[in-house]
Design a binder for this molecule. Structure first.
Ligand code: GTP
Ligand code: MG
Length: 334
């Protein structure tokens, strides 16, 4: 159910050879190919337009502006980028495509940087509880699987709480996956109280000195008040064991829904106070610009980005690496 099937080889851009990347090149290449639809939407047509021009002009900026909006970068972030480029044109600093790319890179990183805060697991928080929330099909359970393996590979002990007690198959699927990967799963039957499952899991994780407890929840819309109340209850109940828990309330959003992802993030944040966001399915969409809109509008960290279904396709979010991959630039040499 986690869909950890082997990914088909994707064709790399033949023009570029990535050497000395600041991330292992395999990971950067995956990120770049995963972001190629959005990248294409952002830069598409601009190169051709520039050909034959002596310098970047308004026509180029207008094309870029449209592209950014189409890629769901959002109005505010688009304006910020275009106004910075306009300033540089006035200072005669944008003469060619390379200068334009550098300028785009810098302004885009400026927008994303405040959201570029990786999840810190503190040793004293044992267990660190990560509560995964979001609408149906956003990628919560898959992301739990990927994170569990990531943390395990870093030498941390992990436990899962089968808090999605709504869907009949959800509990069993998580259990089967946990068994296969030697990761304990705490579950009760379908229909059980989510807060009680996660409370039990937390007690058990504490007793077994588990480092990280990943808690799954059923998909829900921010408009479903009773289901939002259920999540508030989870918070209240586990705070009886540790008043800092959940240490992370991670909203999982699907990038392909574009601006709706921002609406979801705002609504879930005002109801529950989310601390982190994972943006999934960037590989399947040209609307990956939504990360800029999220970073511009919300003071919440973007922790991970999903660019496919295999483990390596969930990557820690880093503003500069993301923008370089998006703009199909070389990752900087060490
Ligand atoms: N291409 C791609 N698919 C993804 C990514 N992340 C998740 N998926 C797929 O999205 C589908 C839904 O993922 P789930 O993890 O079941 O979503 P969920 O949020 O747990 O859904 P519910 O439990 O129904 O609320 C699965 O087929 C995943 O393989 C990604 O980054 N890229
Ligand atoms: Mg699920």
């Amino acid at each position: 159910m986690f869909g950890f099937r082997k990914k088909k080889e994707k064709t790399e851009n033949p023009k570029k050879v990535t050497k000395n990347t600041d991330k292992p090149s395999g990971l950067f290449a995956k990120l770049r190919s995963g972001l190629s639809k959005t990248g294409g939407a952002v830069t598409g047509g601009v190169g051709t337009l520039i050909l034959g021009k002596k310098q970047i002009d308004d026509e180029v900026l207008e094309e870029l502006e449209t592209n950014l909006l189409v890629a769901d970068v959002g109005i505010e972030a688009t304006q910020q980028i275009i106004s910075e480029l306009t300033k540089r044109i006035k200072r005669n600093k944008l003469k060619d495509v390379d200068a334009l790319m550098e300028a785009m890179h810098d302004t885009m990183v400026d927008i994303l940087q405040p959201a570029s805060r990786p999840l810190q697991i503190k040793e004293e928080d044992q267990p660190t509880v990560i509560l995964m929330i979001g609408i149906n099909g956003a990628g919560k359970t898959t992301t739990i699987g990927k994170l569990a393996k990531k943390f395990q590979a870093e030498g941390k002990s992990v436990m899962l709480a089968a808090g999605d007690t709504f869907r009949a198959a959800a509990v069993e699927q998580l259990q089967v996956w946990g068994e296969r990967n030697d990761i304990p799963v705490i579950a009760q039957g379908t229909g059980a109280d989510t807060a009680s499952v996660i409370y039990d899991a937390m007690e058990s994780a504490k007793a077994r000195n588990i480092d990280i407890l990943l808690a799954d929840t059923a998909g829900r819309l921010h408009t479903q008040d009773n289901l939002m109340e259920e999540l508030k209850k989870v918070k209240r109940v586990i705070q009886k064991i540790d008043d800092k828990a959940p240490h992370e309330i991670m909203l999982v959003v699907d990038a392909s829904i574009g601006q709706n992802a921002l609406i979801q993030a705002k609504e879930f944040n005002s109801a529950l106070g989310i601390t982190g966001i994972t943006v999934t399915k960037l590989d399947g969409t040209a609307k990956g610009g939504i990360l800029f809109a999220i970073a511009q509008n919300l003071d919440v960290a973007i922790r991970y980005v999903g660019v496919g279904e295999s483990i390596d396709d969930l990557q820690e979010f880093d503003a500069s690496t993301f923008v370089k991959a998006l703009l199909d630039m070389e990752s900087k040499s060490e």
